[in-house]
Design a protein. Structure first.
Length: 305
Protein backbone atom coordinates (compact mmCIF):
# COMPACT_ATOMS: atom_id res chain seq x y z
CA UNK A 1 0.00 0.00 0.00
CA UNK A 2 1.07 3.59 -0.57
CA UNK A 3 2.56 5.69 2.17
CA UNK A 4 0.04 8.11 3.64
CA UNK A 5 1.13 11.75 3.20
CA UNK A 6 -0.10 13.69 6.21
CA UNK A 7 1.04 16.72 8.13
CA UNK A 8 2.31 16.96 11.70
CA UNK A 9 0.43 18.76 14.46
CA UNK A 10 1.14 18.88 18.17
CA UNK A 11 -0.53 18.31 21.53
CA UNK A 12 0.26 17.49 25.14
CA UNK A 13 -0.88 14.81 27.59
CA UNK A 14 -0.75 15.61 31.32
CA UNK A 15 0.79 12.81 33.38
CA UNK A 16 -0.81 12.04 36.75
CA UNK A 17 1.33 9.71 38.82
CA UNK A 18 4.48 7.72 37.95
CA UNK A 19 5.17 7.22 34.24
CA UNK A 20 8.28 6.55 32.17
CA UNK A 21 7.80 6.79 28.40
CA UNK A 22 11.18 5.13 27.78
CA UNK A 23 10.01 2.08 29.74
CA UNK A 24 6.81 1.96 27.65
CA UNK A 25 8.80 2.17 24.40
CA UNK A 26 11.20 -0.56 25.54
CA UNK A 27 8.30 -2.82 26.41
CA UNK A 28 6.54 -2.20 23.10
CA UNK A 29 9.61 -3.08 21.02
CA UNK A 30 9.75 -6.48 22.68
CA UNK A 31 6.00 -7.15 22.73
CA UNK A 32 5.63 -9.28 19.61
CA UNK A 33 1.78 -9.16 19.43
CA UNK A 34 1.92 -5.37 18.94
CA UNK A 35 4.23 -5.67 15.94
CA UNK A 36 6.23 -2.56 16.93
CA UNK A 37 9.96 -3.48 16.88
CA UNK A 38 10.72 0.05 15.64
CA UNK A 39 8.85 1.82 18.46
CA UNK A 40 11.96 3.17 20.20
CA UNK A 41 14.32 3.79 17.28
CA UNK A 42 14.61 7.42 18.41
CA UNK A 43 15.95 7.67 21.98
CA UNK A 44 13.37 9.20 24.30
CA UNK A 45 10.53 8.85 21.79
CA UNK A 46 7.74 6.36 21.06
CA UNK A 47 6.44 6.04 17.47
CA UNK A 48 3.14 4.39 16.62
CA UNK A 49 0.75 4.04 13.70
CA UNK A 50 -2.80 2.72 13.81
CA UNK A 51 -6.35 3.15 12.45
CA UNK A 52 -8.00 5.93 14.46
CA UNK A 53 -11.02 4.77 16.47
CA UNK A 54 -14.33 4.93 14.63
CA UNK A 55 -13.15 6.64 11.45
CA UNK A 56 -10.44 3.97 10.92
CA UNK A 57 -8.21 6.37 8.97
CA UNK A 58 -4.53 5.31 9.22
CA UNK A 59 -2.68 7.82 11.42
CA UNK A 60 0.57 8.10 13.37
CA UNK A 61 2.09 9.83 16.36
CA UNK A 62 5.45 10.43 18.02
CA UNK A 63 5.43 10.75 21.81
CA UNK A 64 8.20 12.45 23.81
CA UNK A 65 8.39 12.97 27.56
CA UNK A 66 10.08 16.32 28.22
CA UNK A 67 9.29 16.32 31.95
CA UNK A 68 7.74 13.87 34.46
CA UNK A 69 4.40 15.64 34.25
CA UNK A 70 3.92 16.09 30.49
CA UNK A 71 4.13 13.94 27.36
CA UNK A 72 4.34 15.86 24.08
CA UNK A 73 2.64 14.32 21.07
CA UNK A 74 3.51 15.00 17.44
CA UNK A 75 0.37 13.96 15.58
CA UNK A 76 0.61 12.78 11.98
CA UNK A 77 -2.99 12.82 10.79
CA UNK A 78 -5.54 14.95 8.97
CA UNK A 79 -6.46 17.87 11.22
CA UNK A 80 -9.99 16.61 11.87
CA UNK A 81 -8.55 13.53 13.62
CA UNK A 82 -6.09 15.32 15.90
CA UNK A 83 -8.18 15.11 19.07
CA UNK A 84 -9.08 11.47 18.41
CA UNK A 85 -5.42 10.56 17.91
CA UNK A 86 -4.44 12.31 21.14
CA UNK A 87 -7.18 10.45 23.02
CA UNK A 88 -6.14 7.12 21.52
CA UNK A 89 -2.42 7.40 22.30
CA UNK A 90 -3.35 8.61 25.79
CA UNK A 91 -5.26 5.36 26.31
CA UNK A 92 -2.56 3.24 24.64
CA UNK A 93 -0.03 4.44 27.23
CA UNK A 94 -2.55 4.19 30.11
CA UNK A 95 -2.21 7.93 30.62
CA UNK A 96 -5.99 8.33 30.79
CA UNK A 97 -5.83 6.94 34.35
CA UNK A 98 -4.81 8.96 37.40
CA UNK A 99 -2.01 6.82 38.81
CA UNK A 100 -1.20 8.88 41.87
CA UNK A 101 -2.72 6.09 43.98
CA UNK A 102 -0.87 3.21 42.29
CA UNK A 103 2.08 3.24 44.73
CA UNK A 104 -0.44 2.52 47.51
CA UNK A 105 -1.03 -0.92 46.01
CA UNK A 106 2.64 -1.58 46.70
CA UNK A 107 2.27 -0.26 50.23
CA UNK A 108 -0.38 -2.94 50.82
CA UNK A 109 1.52 -5.77 49.10
CA UNK A 110 5.32 -6.12 49.33
CA UNK A 111 5.44 -8.31 46.21
CA UNK A 112 3.76 -5.60 44.14
CA UNK A 113 6.07 -3.04 45.77
CA UNK A 114 9.06 -5.08 44.57
CA UNK A 115 7.67 -5.17 41.02
CA UNK A 116 7.07 -1.42 41.04
CA UNK A 117 10.67 -0.96 42.10
CA UNK A 118 11.96 -3.25 39.35
CA UNK A 119 9.87 -1.48 36.69
CA UNK A 120 9.55 2.16 37.81
CA UNK A 121 7.06 4.20 35.84
CA UNK A 122 5.93 1.29 33.65
CA UNK A 123 2.19 1.32 33.03
CA UNK A 124 0.31 -1.17 30.84
CA UNK A 125 1.02 -0.54 27.15
CA UNK A 126 -2.07 -1.37 25.16
CA UNK A 127 -3.07 -2.44 21.69
CA UNK A 128 -4.18 0.55 19.65
CA UNK A 129 -7.83 -0.44 20.12
CA UNK A 130 -10.10 -3.23 21.38
CA UNK A 131 -10.54 -4.07 17.69
CA UNK A 132 -6.81 -4.78 17.26
CA UNK A 133 -6.72 -6.71 20.53
CA UNK A 134 -9.65 -8.84 19.36
CA UNK A 135 -7.94 -9.55 16.05
CA UNK A 136 -4.82 -10.66 17.92
CA UNK A 137 -6.96 -12.93 20.12
CA UNK A 138 -8.30 -14.61 16.97
CA UNK A 139 -4.93 -14.85 15.24
CA UNK A 140 -3.14 -16.28 18.28
CA UNK A 141 -5.80 -18.78 19.34
CA UNK A 142 -4.36 -22.32 19.69
CA UNK A 143 -1.18 -21.71 17.70
CA UNK A 144 2.41 -20.87 18.65
CA UNK A 145 3.20 -17.22 19.35
CA UNK A 146 5.74 -17.16 16.50
CA UNK A 147 3.08 -18.40 14.06
CA UNK A 148 0.60 -15.77 15.25
CA UNK A 149 3.20 -13.02 14.87
CA UNK A 150 3.85 -14.11 11.27
CA UNK A 151 0.13 -14.14 10.55
CA UNK A 152 -0.28 -10.64 11.97
CA UNK A 153 2.68 -9.31 10.03
CA UNK A 154 1.41 -10.83 6.78
CA UNK A 155 -2.10 -9.49 7.38
CA UNK A 156 -0.79 -6.00 8.14
CA UNK A 157 1.60 -5.80 5.20
CA UNK A 158 -0.94 -7.15 2.70
CA UNK A 159 -3.98 -5.20 3.83
CA UNK A 160 -2.74 -2.34 6.00
CA UNK A 161 -1.29 1.06 5.11
CA UNK A 162 2.14 2.53 5.69
CA UNK A 163 2.13 5.87 7.48
CA UNK A 164 5.02 8.31 7.45
CA UNK A 165 5.62 9.20 11.10
CA UNK A 166 8.36 11.74 11.70
CA UNK A 167 10.58 10.45 8.92
CA UNK A 168 9.88 6.76 9.53
CA UNK A 169 7.43 4.54 7.66
CA UNK A 170 5.26 2.45 10.00
CA UNK A 171 2.58 -0.06 9.18
CA UNK A 172 -0.94 0.69 10.36
CA UNK A 173 -3.12 -2.35 11.05
CA UNK A 174 -5.87 -2.94 8.45
CA UNK A 175 -9.13 -1.08 9.05
CA UNK A 176 -12.27 -3.13 9.73
CA UNK A 177 -13.55 -2.40 6.23
CA UNK A 178 -10.52 -4.14 4.77
CA UNK A 179 -10.79 -7.19 7.02
CA UNK A 180 -14.49 -7.52 6.29
CA UNK A 181 -13.54 -8.25 2.66
CA UNK A 182 -10.77 -10.71 3.56
CA UNK A 183 -11.04 -13.94 1.56
CA UNK A 184 -7.61 -15.46 2.09
CA UNK A 185 -4.72 -15.18 4.55
CA UNK A 186 -1.75 -17.48 3.92
CA UNK A 187 -1.25 -19.84 6.83
CA UNK A 188 -4.62 -19.15 8.46
CA UNK A 189 -7.42 -21.72 8.49
CA UNK A 190 -10.85 -20.73 7.26
CA UNK A 191 -12.24 -20.54 10.78
CA UNK A 192 -9.83 -17.71 11.65
CA UNK A 193 -10.88 -15.81 8.52
CA UNK A 194 -14.53 -16.14 9.49
CA UNK A 195 -13.79 -14.87 12.98
CA UNK A 196 -11.64 -11.96 11.75
CA UNK A 197 -14.47 -10.85 9.46
CA UNK A 198 -16.88 -11.09 12.40
CA UNK A 199 -14.54 -8.96 14.55
CA UNK A 200 -14.33 -6.43 11.73
CA UNK A 201 -18.11 -6.26 11.52
CA UNK A 202 -18.43 -5.84 15.28
CA UNK A 203 -15.90 -3.00 15.26
CA UNK A 204 -17.70 -1.25 12.41
CA UNK A 205 -20.97 -1.51 14.34
CA UNK A 206 -19.46 -0.02 17.52
CA UNK A 207 -19.46 -3.22 19.59
CA UNK A 208 -15.76 -2.77 20.37
CA UNK A 209 -15.82 0.87 21.39
CA UNK A 210 -13.28 1.38 24.18
CA UNK A 211 -15.24 4.01 26.09
CA UNK A 212 -18.40 1.90 26.05
CA UNK A 213 -16.56 -1.18 27.29
CA UNK A 214 -14.84 0.80 30.05
CA UNK A 215 -18.17 2.28 31.19
CA UNK A 216 -19.73 -1.15 31.70
CA UNK A 217 -19.29 -3.17 34.90
CA UNK A 218 -16.35 -5.46 34.13
CA UNK A 219 -18.36 -8.71 34.32
CA UNK A 220 -20.97 -7.27 31.95
CA UNK A 221 -18.30 -6.13 29.49
CA UNK A 222 -16.70 -9.59 29.53
CA UNK A 223 -20.05 -11.25 28.82
CA UNK A 224 -20.66 -8.76 26.01
CA UNK A 225 -17.30 -9.57 24.42
CA UNK A 226 -17.87 -13.32 24.68
CA UNK A 227 -20.79 -12.95 22.27
CA UNK A 228 -18.20 -12.54 19.52
CA UNK A 229 -17.30 -15.73 17.57
CA UNK A 230 -14.26 -17.46 19.03
CA UNK A 231 -13.97 -15.13 22.04
CA UNK A 232 -13.88 -16.98 25.35
CA UNK A 233 -13.01 -15.75 28.83
CA UNK A 234 -9.26 -15.41 28.18
CA UNK A 235 -9.75 -13.45 24.94
CA UNK A 236 -12.47 -11.27 26.45
CA UNK A 237 -10.13 -10.32 29.30
CA UNK A 238 -7.38 -9.53 26.80
CA UNK A 239 -9.71 -7.23 24.85
CA UNK A 240 -11.05 -5.46 27.92
CA UNK A 241 -7.70 -5.05 29.70
CA UNK A 242 -5.17 -4.66 26.89
CA UNK A 243 -7.52 -3.21 24.28
CA UNK A 244 -9.97 -0.97 26.15
CA UNK A 245 -7.52 -0.34 28.99
CA UNK A 246 -9.69 -1.23 31.99
CA UNK A 247 -7.34 -0.67 34.96
CA UNK A 248 -9.01 -2.89 37.54
CA UNK A 249 -9.71 -6.41 36.27
CA UNK A 250 -7.98 -9.52 37.61
CA UNK A 251 -7.45 -11.93 34.68
CA UNK A 252 -9.08 -15.17 35.83
CA UNK A 253 -8.43 -16.85 32.49
CA UNK A 254 -4.70 -16.12 32.25
CA UNK A 255 -3.00 -19.28 33.47
CA UNK A 256 0.53 -17.99 32.89
CA UNK A 257 -0.13 -15.08 35.26
CA UNK A 258 -1.44 -17.51 37.86
CA UNK A 259 1.74 -19.59 37.62
CA UNK A 260 3.89 -16.50 38.13
CA UNK A 261 1.82 -15.46 41.15
CA UNK A 262 2.02 -18.90 42.76
CA UNK A 263 5.79 -18.74 42.53
CA UNK A 264 5.99 -15.13 43.76
CA UNK A 265 3.79 -15.76 46.81
CA UNK A 266 5.14 -19.29 47.50
CA UNK A 267 1.67 -20.77 47.09
CA UNK A 268 2.17 -23.70 44.68
CA UNK A 269 -1.34 -25.08 45.20
CA UNK A 270 -3.30 -21.81 45.14
CA UNK A 271 -6.40 -21.86 42.97
CA UNK A 272 -7.73 -18.96 40.91
CA UNK A 273 -10.15 -17.91 43.68
CA UNK A 274 -7.30 -17.62 46.20
CA UNK A 275 -5.16 -15.64 43.75
CA UNK A 276 -8.10 -13.36 42.97
CA UNK A 277 -8.49 -12.76 46.70
CA UNK A 278 -4.84 -11.68 46.89
CA UNK A 279 -5.44 -9.37 43.96
CA UNK A 280 -8.24 -7.61 45.86
CA UNK A 281 -5.47 -5.74 47.65
CA UNK A 282 -4.31 -4.23 44.34
CA UNK A 283 -7.63 -2.50 43.62
CA UNK A 284 -8.30 -0.20 41.84
CA UNK A 285 -5.23 -1.23 39.80
CA UNK A 286 -5.63 -5.00 39.48
CA UNK A 287 -4.97 -4.94 35.73
CA UNK A 288 -1.82 -2.86 36.26
CA UNK A 289 -0.34 -5.08 38.97
CA UNK A 290 -1.14 -8.16 36.86
CA UNK A 291 0.71 -6.55 33.97
CA UNK A 292 3.83 -6.08 36.10
CA UNK A 293 3.73 -9.74 37.17
CA UNK A 294 3.63 -10.80 33.52
CA UNK A 295 6.41 -8.43 32.49
CA UNK A 296 8.72 -9.65 35.26
CA UNK A 297 7.77 -13.29 34.68
CA UNK A 298 8.56 -13.05 30.97
CA UNK A 299 11.85 -11.26 31.70
CA UNK A 300 12.97 -14.03 34.04
CA UNK A 301 11.96 -16.67 31.53
CA UNK A 302 14.16 -15.03 28.86
CA UNK A 303 17.07 -14.84 31.29
CA UNK A 304 16.80 -18.52 32.09
CA UNK A 305 17.01 -19.64 28.45
Amino acid sequence: MAVSKISALSGEIPVRGPFDLAAAAKFLTGFAPAGRPEADTEPGALRVAFPVDGAWTPVGAVLRQRSPGVVEVEVHAPEEHTEAVLAQVTRMCSLDVDATGFPEAGDRDPVVSMLQGLHPGLRPVLFASPYEAACWAVLSHRIWMSQAVRLRRGLTERHGVQVEVGGAKLWSFPAPGELAKLEYLPGAPGQKLHRLRAIAGAASEGMLDAATLRAMPADEALKHLQLLPGVGRFSAELILIRGAGHPDVFPRGESRLHEIMREAYHLPDAGVAELAEIAEGWAPFRSWASFLFRVEGEARMRESR
